[in-house]
Design a protein around this ligand. Sequence first.
Ligand SMILES: Nc1ncnc2c1ncn2[C@@H]1O[C@H](COP(=O)(O)OP(=O)(O)OP(=O)(O)O)[C@@H](O)[C@H]1O
Ligand SMILES: [Zn+2]
Length: 747
Amino acid sequence: MPATELPPAETPVETVWKIVVNVPLWGQFDYRPADGTSVSPADIGKRVRVPFGRGGHERIGLITAIGPAGVEQVLPATLLDTEAPLLPGELLESLVWLHRYTVSPLGETVWQALPKPMRDGDPATLEPVAMLTTTGDPATLRGGKYKSALESLLTQGVLPESEARERHTGAVVNELLRRDLVRLEPVSISERLALADAAGRRWRDEPEHPLHRLQLTQQQHDAVHAIAADPDAYHGWLLEGVTGSGKTEVYLRLIAQTLAAGRQALILVPEIGLTPQTLQRFEQRLGVPVDAYHSGLSDKDRAQVWLRARAGLARVIVGTRSAAFLPLPNPGLFIVDEEHDGSFKQFDGIRYNARDFLVQRGHRVGRPIVLGSATPSLESLHNAQSGRYGLLRLTERAHGGATHPQMHIVDMRGVPLEAGLSPVVLKAIQVHLERGEQVLVFRNRRGYAPVLLCHDCGWSAQCQQCDAPMTVHRQGRRLQCHHCGASCTAPPACPDCGGLALHPQGIGTERLEEFLSERFADLAPVVRIDRGSTRTRDGLQQRLASVGDGAGLLIGTQMLAKGHHLPNLTLVVVVGADEGLFSTDFRAGERLAQQLIQVAGRAGRADKPGVVLIQTHHPDHLLLQRLLAADYDAVAQTELDERSKASWPPFVALALIRAEGRHVADVREFLQSVANAFGPYPNVMVMGPLPAPMPKRAGYLREQLLLQADSRADLHFALQRVIPTVYGAPLARKVRWSLDVDPYDLY
Ligand SMILES: Nc1ncnc2c1ncn2[C@@H]1O[C@H](COP(=O)(O)OP(=O)(O)OP(=O)(O)O)[C@@H](O)[C@H]1O
Ligand SMILES: [Zn+2]
């Protein structure tokens, strides 16, 4: 045999970095250290700078594993994190789980978890911290704002500079610095950890600590006791407590115990629940700094909270959905408040459920997780019934004297209405306002009216880009599509028949505001709260504050439906509940019941009893009757039975593949090819391709494929084999598509 045909000598396969980047591609990529050093398991979780793709453009990557090279030509990469990995092991492992569960590329999954500056390759360094000097003399200070800034710094010990500037304004901080009362100097991490530990133990040692001011009720006490019994092991708890039953107080006690053990507590709250009021309550009662993590922060501030959590410095973090991705070296407790809330589910990108992800993390690290709600999701109730979660109940309102609100149905049939309100309701509003109390009119439709209709020919204003009517705004002067954002001036005459009889149809919050301010302005301030009137968290707070403690009339969407504690609110009126009664969505009943009970829960939270009036054309509807007769549990149980019979979650596993494009044929062809790929998996039922419930949106034509299986394992088995091939499929390039495992709705 000629020498050239000899098999090549066994060269050992090179061990390389397995790297992911933020691209919609399946798989990991091989790189070797540019400086010629060898790879090490300690590199996992570190970021690198890599040449990527055809142009060899530089990108940031993250090392997720090391292993034998799978390609011949391994390109060099440069380490960005030269010390500790950016992503600690537990979080990375949890993200790998999430990538498998959502069947999404690992790179995109990892990137979803990072704050923007970390995605862009910024160094993972904590900013300097403002610290008090002991030399300055507070007595020389004039002006309340300096004093209160100094006092708050004194109680907190140390405060990150950016946070000090945000809370007390840059000018105040500069002045304190100038007078040498505050010094900006780096405090070592170990010093800061020691300070946090000391603060965490204070409540146990100080009888005067704010946490001791409330005596827990027996039910609260039992709940705390059960959850705290084993702080070193995973246990899932469903805390089902009626509105105003003091769930937050239970959380606070558990968080305090977690702090005393020197551990971190992470609390997820719904998007609209994270108000300055909530944060203040946590800080005041716990007596330690509380970090907030939400989309209202600047990228830089978000990154700093993320890094503080990663360093173990942030001990209590209250955050919205994305806070589920905070690295926690020393976790002690996870809490998801209002666990049923839809905002924990991400609707684009990686469609994860933050609640379920946290349960997974609790499991991995062996720590308790508490899911709290007055109206638990059917999934969680089912888990409690099947023994996966422990169930704890708070059945009474905690505040002495507060009772459950009285619910009544107001039959609207054949009754003259003004702005959609019946005489009974208008009378009740008047009575409560005259008593100097507050009233909430709940209508989950912002704008003036949902439709603009021509009374002569029946024409109505439709969005050009969507299969949806335009919502009327500003007393009928503007039209706006709530799906794609398109907006225009309302036509002066009907575009079809030229008639002038254009009438706004139906009732939105703006129209309620117009009518109610005219009727009741002399009795009380009338304030509307919805996304149109109130864009920021602070704005919401200000508008609520503008009502004061006396008589007041609030008109609001679901922004007001939960989380707020208005002691003088005694009447809640629900307008337009009927729309939820006949929806085809499998979750509609559950959602309506949750919404009604949550909004009803705003009434009578202090000493005065609360009344709830639900206007309806269907007073005999079973769901409403059950809500009146019994509690949420009864409604939930019937809904669960129906879901079981009709094969809906949580009794089956669902996944939805959505696709949209400019041409419906492309969309259909793509989805058909995906449907065919499920052929070898008979345990997965494939429904579609079918037009989406809204077949056209923002100019795109939308179809979908619904996948259903009795067993989650079967569904995942098939998805994990089919979906990676879809990423490489040519047909996929002509459409925008996404996979949603456990879809929240089928839209
Ligand atoms: N043990 C207690 N004794 C007296 N008052 C209490 C007690 N626990 C809680 N409260 C008070 O009861 C009110 C409601 O408590 P909290 O906000 O914790 O309830 P919640 O269950 O979280 O309510 P929701 O789910 O409706 O938002 C608060 O004003 C709180 O201070
Ligand atoms: Zn539109």
